[in-house]
Every structure is written in C-alpha cells, then in structure tokens.
Design a protein around this ligand. Structure first.
Ligand code: FES
Ligand code: FES
Length: 163
C-alpha cells in the first residue's frame, strides 16, 4: 500500500491505496465521490472526467498515486453550497441530458473547454467535447448548453466542503 495525500473538492484526504488503483476508483470507493462514474474500460467515454489541478483528466486513465500532492475537483465540488453551478443550470435549461450518465464528465470537460477558451465557437465546443461520449442526446443540446453558459460569462467555481 502507498499513502496518498490528495485534496478532493477542497478537503485534504490521506489514504493508503494499492499502487495500481485508478484515480476514479479511489474517488468513488475510498473518498465516496460517486458522482464521478465509470462508463467504459477503454478510456474512451469521458464519463469519469474530473479536474486535476484545474485541468480535465479522465480519472480512469490516472493512477491514484499520480494525484498524490495534487488537487482534484469532481462534479460534487463545483457547487458546494447545494445550488446548481451555472454549467449545471445551463444543462438543465437546455435539456442537455437524458439518462444523465455522461453528464458529470461532460460538465467537467465543458468547464475545461471554457477555461481554455471563454468564448468558443460551436465548432470549438464540439472539438473540446470530442473525448466525451453521450449515448442519448445527439449532442446538439449539450453544445447549446455550453454555448449558453459561455455567453453568460459564468465563472468556474470550485468550492470546498467537509469530508
Ligand atoms: S470511464 Fe474513463 S473514459 Fe470511460
Ligand atoms: S445523457 Fe445518456 S449518455 Fe448522455
């Protein structure tokens, strides 16, 4: 076992993990952040996307030990006061989900797209989200939601809460 110290959604976590443990399994099974989900075993779907030091990563493609000393934000950390983050609200307003399975990863990736480019074109949004698969929506409403959030100039709020 290896001790890792990771700040998850603003809370310092210190845990012993198997060196082979994936970050997504650490988040779900050890820290209890089940809002981050697993949608494939091929690093293909993006459902597991979180932010590692502010940048999106597929957490099934990162070892927990690689997050040692770093900061992770999950979908559960973007709106710690219990209200919807503006990106979550935009997804709601534009019917950008059906089953919702892709939504946590899609929103975390969408926030990273806007962090890199606060005013993206539709094409740039589509390219930014190309690593995230949705089996339900056809993507059109997801793109509309991200564009609406961008035009509202909503900040990327990443908060903290007690574990
Ligand atoms: S679960 Fe990580 S990319 Fe599919
Ligand atoms: S809303 Fe069902 S997979 Fe995207």
């Amino acid at each position: 076992m290896t001790r890792v110290n990771v700040t998850v959604d603003g809370v310092q976590c210190s845990d012993d993990v198997e060196p082979r443990m994936l970050l997504v399994h650490y988040l779900r099974e050890v820290v209890g952040k089940v809002g981050t989900v697993v949608g494939c075993d091929t690093s293909n779907c993006g459902a597991c996307t979180v932010h590692l030091d502010g940048r999106s990563v597929k957490s099934c493609n990162v070892l927990a030990v690689q997050a040692d000393g770093h900061e992770v934000t999950t979908i559960e950390g973007i709106a710690p006061m219990g209200e919807l983050h503006p990106m979550q609200q935009a997804f709601h307003d534009h019917h950008a989900l059906q089953c919702g399975y892709c939504t946590p990863g899609m929103i975390m990736q969408a926030l990273d797209v806007l962090r890199e480019n606060p005013n993206p074109s539709e094409e740039e949004i589509r390219v930014g989200l190309e690593g995230n698969l949705c089996r339900c929506t056809g993507y059109h409403n997801i793109v509309k939601a991200v564009a609406a959030c961008a035009s509202s100039a909503a900040p990327v709020a990443e908060g903290s809460e007690a574990r």
